[in-house]
Design a protein around this ligand. Structure first.
Ligand SMILES: Cc1ncc(COP(=O)(O)O)c(C=O)c1O
Length: 479
């Protein structure tokens, strides 16, 4: 690999782990044959490009004994950039961070206050940790059914009615970019002596431009998890966990992270987090300014399309491009298919909603091309305007058992109509956004089943169900 390709912006000078990764690749090329993992030994002769660039952290980026501490140095730099006092990089996505954070608070059986729009990874975190959720609901936009922000008032009420709760877990921003008053939520949490943990999977860019909200940590949260691979130019699976202050027990969090982590992390993924951190520190504001300007222009153009609504405004991440299609009559899944055919797959599509993910890696020309293609395809697919579908994530759950009790309870598979009135043993979520409509321990109601079947019929991928056709559901066996 040429130097120009390996590090086109010269970030390695400010990124110790990235520099060590590049040096490790060079060293390996000149070293001969290692008798350590990974089993491909750096050779592409058997499995080809599927292992190109792979280098373990241990015995590749660093020594087998990790004697140089490159990872710790990189994590310290990230902690300082986000204003945190603890940072861990992960190759397990925000999924890993959420699970470890669930393991870092309270005892099995304790209550935690959880925003119902949280990702499935946090629900599984509750199963692992044996925590009992007290759901708080963010406001839902009545017209589009899209989730809004969690209000401080709702959090205060939940704390008042569950004084034994030990922590608060909130997703911020939501998948569609809505964000709330983290500073107020933190004040409410801290008044009650509780840690506020934010799943900021989609917000690794917050805090790096004056027109964006601050990062959750800067806004007063005690911990945040974010996926570097979602909105930063990092490798798939790359994520960070950050904490500040003493409300989260760092030693316990460290143990939770180790317990749910591979012992053989890929150096390339970790190095890509360090490289993105160096990029944010050096050029984040300028690059995000470019992103914000191109998205603003895209929004302006798209708003001119008759019947098309561009979701946004105050309280919505201005880098998000979320389109509401019902007024155009175009079917989102058909628009998506055509966009794929044009080489521009989108992040998410259901009948009424399209989400295009625009990041630092998109140039103004890329975003302009996306905009023109979207306008053309929506016009081509235009039909009779219709009311939007009730979004499946606006269904109110009825909890019967804790997620953990239901997860481990004896269960059976029954036809979906027979599952109504029974307790779900599985987690089912339209994906994206991966927000569970049905969680282990919740009652399968007519409403829940109808929402899932409707989403499925409209071409949404209904994920994690044991039977993806939804003909049957796994329910807790009755005594
Ligand atoms: C809100 C939220 N949290 C966590 C995750 C999990 O992130 P990852 O895929 O990095 O594990 C996602 C993934 O889509 C998400 O949307």
């Amino acid at each position: 690999m040429s130097k120009q390709t390996a590090d086109p912006l010269g970030l390695a000078g400010d990124a110790p782990l990235f520099a060590a990764y590049l040096a490790g690749l060079e060293r390996r090329a000149s070293l001969g044959h290692p008798f350590i993992t990974p089993g491909h030994k750096g050779s592409l002769s058997l499995t080809g490009s599927s292992v190109a660039g792979d280098l373990g952290l241990s015995g590749g980026v660093d020594t087998v004994k990790l004697s140089h501490g490159h990872l710790e140095q990189a994590e310290a730099l990230a902690a300082s950039l986000w204003g945190a006092d603890f940072c861990r990089f992960s190759v397990g996505g925000s999924t890993h961070g959420n699970q470890a954070l669930a393991l870092s608070v309270g005892q099995p059986g304790d209550e935690v206050i959880v925003s119902r729009t949280l990702h499935r990874s946090m629900l599984i975190g509750l199963v692992l940790a044996g925590l009992r959720p007290v759901w708080v609901r963010p406001a839902v936009d009545p017209r589009s059914g899209l989730p809004g922000a969690l209000e401080a008032r709702a959090l205060r009420e939940a704390i008042a009615s569950h004084p034994g709760a030990v922590a608060i877990f909130v997703g911020e921003p939501s998948y569609v970019g809505t964000f709330g008053p983290v500073t107020e939520l933190a004040a409410v949490a801290h008044e009650a002596g509780l840690p506020l943990v934010i799943d900021a999977a989609w917000a690794a860019h917050f805090g790096f431009h004056p027109d964006l909200p601050p990062s959750a940590i800067a806004a007063g949260a005690d911990a945040m998890v974010t996926s570097a691979h979602k909105v930063l130019p990092s490798y798939s699976q790359a994520a960070l966990v950050l904490t500040r202050g003493d409300r989260i027990d760092k030693a316990r969090l460290g143990r939770g992270l180790e317990a749910t982590y591979t012992t053989s992390p890929a150096g390339q993924i970790l190095a890509s987090i360090d490289a993105s951190r160096a990029l944010l520190a050096r050029e984040g504001e300028q690059l995000l300014g470019r992103t914000l300007a191109s998205v603003a222009e895209a929004r302006r153009r798209l708003q001119e399309v008759e019947g098309l609504e561009v979701f946004g405004g105050e309280g919505v991440d201005p880098t998000k491009l979320v389109l509401l299609l019902s007024g155009t009559g175009a079917h989102g899944v058909e628009v998506e298919e055509e966009m794929i055919a044009r080489g521009m797959p989108l992040e998410m599509a259901d009948r009424d909603t399209l989400v295009a993910l625009v990041t630092l890696a998109d140039t103004p020309a890329d975003v302009a091309a996306l905009t023109e293609a979207l306008i053309g395809v929506v016009e081509k697919k235009r039909g009779a305007p219709r009311p939007p579908l009730k979004a499946s994530w606006s269904v109110d759950p009825e909890t019967v058992l804790s997620p953990r009790e239901a997860f481990f309870a004896p269960s059976e598979r029954v036809t979906s109509p027979r599952a109504v009135g029974r307790v779900s043993a599985e987690l089912i979520a339209p994906y994206p956004p991966g927000v569970p409509v049905l969680a282990p321990g919740e009652l399968v109601t007519e409403e829940v089943l109808a929402a899932l079947l409707e989403a499925k019929a409209e071409g949404v991928r209904v994920a994690y169900a044991g039977d993806p056709s939804l003909t049957t559901l796994e329910v807790v066996r009755q005594p």
